[in-house]
Design a protein around this ligand. Structure first.
Ligand code: UDP
Length: 324
């Protein structure tokens, strides 16, 4: 098992580099395939083979897959919710067509297992809390729609072909490797913690909190923040599960705990000793008050529970990278 060969597509990116690190730590042989559009070469490890390639290049994927892999981790995607509503063609092409290219190359070369990076954006506004995997799918963005479509393609392929998948629906990914080995900070992130860091570090004068009149304890939105190293461990567990029992699953990766925007800002102020310059602004369209999910299925199937439960510790891992 420990010598299994894994192809990590999107392995130079934010989550992909952490997944690669976790796989190497467990003795897997890793090849990274990435077009370096948002991934960064400083995120590549000496111990991995690297192939510069695009998921829209079906011929190249076919050539690479012919090397033979025990499993693929597919994390290559466009992921900006706003952009997906302005340019859905880009998201259809890149996310949906690109994924189909990957799965077809797998089937044509007898590569049977894939771990797919999916998203909590699949659910849309929660109809009940905490969310679970059975919750109806009502994505509020074209981005969320692309991920569900890809899950459906995998589902059909798994019914028809010798093809097995685990789709991991991430909640809000945050933080960086605590040991500082991943140096490529995600560029132009529009997510909450990177924006707070931009303000703290003077790259942005002020930030806005989108809404302080929600029905939550402090009026700001609650989200389920999962540390990227916890996410990475779940990918390793998913690969082991696929290699062991060849069954397909869709699994949430969440902590079950909600943190408000103001609590995140407070944590940053505690950890950094600096003040965050913010103002309250109107609600952002499509933002539910609370998104929190249990992780019973991840516990049951993958033996996974998040190790980072303290928001200050999570923030600290991001601050360590900023300080460098
Ligand atoms: N948020 C905010 N100001 C910002 C960015 C985000 O108040 O500049 C809030 C946003 O409304 C949400 C939370 O922070 O309640 C997390 O937003 P993010 O975009 O990081 O992730 P999402 O939950 O939308 O996927």
């Amino acid at each position: 098992m420990s010598l299994a060969k894994i192809l990590v597509i999107g392995g130079a990116g934010y989550i992909g580099s952490h997944v690669t690190k976790a796989l190497l730590a467990e003795g897997f042989a890793v090849t990274v395939y990435d077009n370096l559009s948002t991934g960064q070469s400083c995120n590549l490890f000496d111990k991995t083979a690297f192939i510069a390639g695009d998921i829209l290049d079906a011929a190249k994927l076919n050539e690479v897959m012919a090397q033979g892999f025990d499993a693929v981790v597919h994390l290559a995607a466009k992921k900006a919710v706003g952009e997906s509503m302005e340019n859905p063609q880009l998201y259809a092409r890149n996310n949906i067509n690109g994924s189909i290219n990957i799965f077809n190359a797998m089937i044509d070369n007898n590569v049977k297992n894939v771990v797919f990076s999916s998203t909590a954006a699949a659910y849309g506004t929660p109809q009940y809390l905490p969310l679970d995997e059975k919750h109806p799918l009502n994505p509020l963005s074209f981005y969320g729609f692309t991920k569900i479509e890809i899950e459906r393609v995998m589902d059909w392929y798994s019914r028809i072909k010798d093809f097995h998948y685990i789709a991991l629906r991430y909640f809000n990914a945050v933080g960086y490797a605590a040991d500082g080995t991943i140096r490529g900070k995600e560029k132009n992130s529009q997510n909450l913690l990177p924006i707070v860091m931009d303000v703290i570090c003077g790259r942005r004068e002020k930030m806005q909190i989108f809404g302080n009149d929600y029905d939550t304890p402090d009026g700001t939105c609650l989200r389920d923040y999962v540390h990227v190293e916890d996410l990475a461990r779940a990918h390793v567990a998913a690969i082991k599960k696929l290699l062991k029992d060849s069954q397909s699953y869709i699994i949430n990766l969440s902590t079950g705990k909600g943190t408000s925007v103001l609590e995140m800002i407070d944590a940053v102020e505690r950890v950094t000793g600096r003040k965050v310059n913010y103002e309250f602004a109107p609600r952002r369209a499509g933002d539910p008050a609370v998104i929190v999910a249990g992780n019973e299925l991840a516990q049951k199937l993958l033996g996974w529970t998040p190790q980072y439960t303290d928001i200050d510790k999570i923030v600290k891992t991001t601050w360590n990278l900023e300080e460098k």
